[in-house]
Design a protein around this ligand. Sequence first.
Ligand SMILES: Nc1ncnc2c1ncn2[C@@H]1O[C@H](COP(=O)(O)OP(=O)(O)OP(=O)(O)O)[C@@H](O)[C@H]1O
Ligand SMILES: [Mg+2]
Length: 424
Amino acid sequence: MSTYCTAVSEALAALEESVIEDFRKTLRERHNTLAEPLMWEECRRQARAIIDDIVQSLRQAWDHPDDKAIDLSTDVGTHRAEQGVNPAVSIQACTALFDVALPYIRKAIAAAPAEQAEDFLAVALHTFNRSVGHRVEAALRAYHSFLLQQAGEANCEMRRGMARDIHDHVGNSLATAMRCLEIAEAEAEAEAVASAEAEAVTSGEADPTADGSAADPSKDPSKDPSKTVDRRESPASRRLHAAYDAVQDALGYTRTLVRGLRLRIPDTGIESSLRDFMDSAAPESTRFEILVTGDEEWVGTELRYELFIALRECLRNALAHAEAGAVTVELDIAPHEISAEVRDDGTGFDVWAVAAADSAGGGLASVRERVRLMNGTVSWLSSPAEGTRVVFRVPNLRKELGKDLRKDGHKDVRKDGRKAQAAV
Ligand SMILES: Nc1ncnc2c1ncn2[C@@H]1O[C@H](COP(=O)(O)OP(=O)(O)OP(=O)(O)O)[C@@H](O)[C@H]1O
Ligand SMILES: [Mg+2]
């Protein structure tokens, strides 16, 4: 086969322009939006790169899509998401490219003897399949990641809006109500003092032994109306005070709610937030380790937040249900994927039974839903003898950081996990 490699690959390279021209024509005939001027340039680059991959493979110089292919596909996926182009349109374009390219590939292969044609065709089709497959995968990841980020931002914006509304409307009204109650209480108190004074004056006048001293509070403190009037004694005052306490509670709760809605993962990141959580929530009898490989800077803010919430729920469960002696979190962050595991050596549980039970809490379901939104997977592996492992895999997409990483080589920034003090 090798004698004809160069001839066949050069023949295909020479046909490349025609393939691209026909490809655009076919896209137009099939009313595919990627043929439109704004979309075409990127689509053309992808198609050309796929044909180039086939040319290289026929020359036996192609193994798998390189970084350039992944970067280009990532850009394409992001742009298509920005432009609101459905991924189905890209898949249809791949089909069109295959339909168009196949006759040209056959034509190029005709440069080789008939008995070798099948081998060349197999190589070309295999390459087409792999090149397109990898590019589509990278583009879809980027597409999904863009939507996820947008959903995260919308979610964040919505929470900020709710926090604002609760603060500005509910909080403000409650504060006003509290102020009114304070005033009403003060007025009721003043009124009670005044009427007690009036009563004292009346009873002083009526006192036959009065020499004035009985009505003088400085002489008999027990007769000082401001001291003897207990505003709680009057039912109206009591009710006012109860209302004041209730409004104060509601105001406190509103503040907590607003803070919660505004809560983002602290700038310090997943690792230290988990550490803070364990420091405050883990009993002294539980050792814990948090091991991080990679750099959190490679994870977008929204993803970081979602991950933190999901991992924290697993830790919460380990602390609440497992009676574990040791709990470990391992987090491995790579530019294209994040994997994590939360392990405990506790009692374990029957995962299937819990999943099937109506009475189950919301924690596992919420972790599952969050991970699904991140386009990842999560599984619980648990047995009474071995405790519980929760294993996460979530796609990450930080291509610009990925590029830096490829330049620098993979930095291992594993940090030593700290053991809780007084661990037993
Ligand atoms: N690490 C674990 N070790 C032992 N049992 C666990 C563990 N994680 C979960 N479970 C079991 O799974 C059940 C469901 O957990 P889930 O988080 O859904 O609810 P919950 O923790 O009971 O309540 P919530 O999270 O709503 O406060 C728990 O009640 C517990 O029985
Ligand atoms: Mg729980």
